[in-house]
Design a protein around this ligand. Structure first.
Ligand code: UT7
Length: 335
């Protein structure tokens, strides 16, 4: 059996920086509240009318990743695209990437697993590589939140957290048994689906009825989050799924060289860091700059940690995520 390893990565975020101060002019919030509860200082939001979307940002990140892997678009065998904010209800963003990058008619799969999206997408790609079906897979996480947020005080519990951005990785076939993805671990608990959700637009709401109602006060188009409930589940599921991955590979928390947690809230990452007695050098966070970019957050953080020289060959790298669904997962890699 083959092994799979990341051979190239890239990320893209919009230029437009939105600070906590900027938000406090749109709604009743403050820099102090946001920083104290989440650690976020600023995020990037797409400028309305710029034409940027989840697919266009994904394409930009993908071009960088393909280049860094020393490949061309024609070397890519398959696309896996994770997002909760696709350009269209259907088809998914994967096929848009195939077109935007002028790729051959390779397969394209969209993953709908929110904050765990990149971890799930990487795990899917890993299976295709390990069985020998494909050699190089383009895995993208991209998110365009800002166009779907309630930017009034009504939405402040959610809106201040989310940012836009994209990241991409090339997962390639390898025959080196000591490097690459060692294992991945995926979970879900659908009974909590409504604790973090955007209910509409959805066919379940009967489209003709939605159009007839045309109700500006219909909040089902905006994200809803039971923040405290999600927070409590996040800290226990993050810990569980990291330990599950380590145990599977006969490793301990002391073996972790770099933990990349999904950037949901700096307090969650700090809780895990403290629980596992990890040093600041063993955990990478960039939520301060980008907010929560859901499916893009893990790959943007991994790309930045690598480009800042914080990940070296042979390092044990752990990716972990938790989010809407609930879904959660981890990927254990030897870099
Ligand atoms: O990525 C997917 C997974 N997501 C997560 O893991 C997120 C998990 N949850 C969280 O990170 C936190 O729950 C939040 C950061 C979202 C909220 O923090 P919290 O400490 O749980 O605050 P809260 O929702 O309990 O609200 C506390 C107070 C409320 O006011 P009252 O009822 O005490 O008067 C809110 O209305 O803070 C108020 N509030 C705000 N105040 C200023 C809520 N949002 C804001 C805001 N600015 N943006």
């Amino acid at each position: 059996m083959y092994t799979s390893r990341i051979t190239g990565m890239g990320h893209f975020v919009p230029d437009n920086i939105v600070t906590n101060e900027n938000l406090s002019k749109m709604m009743d919030t403050s820099d102090a509240w946001i920083q104290e509860r989440t650690g976020i200082k600023e995020r990037r939001w797409i400028v309305e009318g710029s034409g940027e979307t989840a697919a266009t940002m994904g394409a930009k990140a993908a071009r960088i990743a393909i280049n860094k892997a020393g490949l061309t678009k024609d070397d890519i065998d398959f696309i896996v695209f994770a997002t909760l904010s696709p350009d269209m209800f259907f088809p998914g963003c994967g096929v848009q990437i195939q077109d935007m990058l002028d790729m051959p008619t390779i397969g394209a799969l969209d993953v709908r697993n929110q904050c765990s999206g990149f971890v799930y997408a990487l795990s899917v790609a890993d299976q295709f590589i390990k069985t020998g079906m494909y050699k190089n897979i383009l895995v993208i996480g991209s998110e365009f939140h800002s166009g779907g947020l309630d930017k009034t005080t009504r939405g402040r519990g959610v809106t201040v957290i989310f940012g836009d951005g994209a990241g991409a990785a090339i997962l390639s076939r390898s025959e080196d048994e000591n490097r690459g993805i060692l294992s991945s671990h995926l979970h879900s608990e659908g009974k909590h689906a409504r604790e973090l959700t955007v209910e509409a637009p959805s066919i379940a709401h009967w489209v003709p009825q939605i159009m007839e109602d045309n109700d500006p006060d219909d909040e089902s188009y905006y994200p809803y989050m039971n923040g405290t409930f999600v927070f409590k589940h996040a800290i226990s599921r993050f810990s569980e799924v990291i330990l599950e991955g380590l145990e599977k590979n006969n490793l301990q928390t002391t073996d972790i060289d770099m933990l990349i947690p999904h950037q949901a809230n700096l307090r969650i990452a700090q809780f895990i860091q403290k629980k596992f007695k990890l040093s600041d050098d063993q955990v990478f966070n960039n939520i301060m700059k980008y907010g929560n970019t859901t499916a893009a957050s893990v790959i943007i953080a991994l790309t930045e940690a690598f480009s800042e020289g914080k990940i070296k060959e042979g390092d044990l790298v752990v990716l972990a995520a938790f989010g809407s669904g609930f879904t959660w997962g981890s990927v254990i890699m030897r870099w």
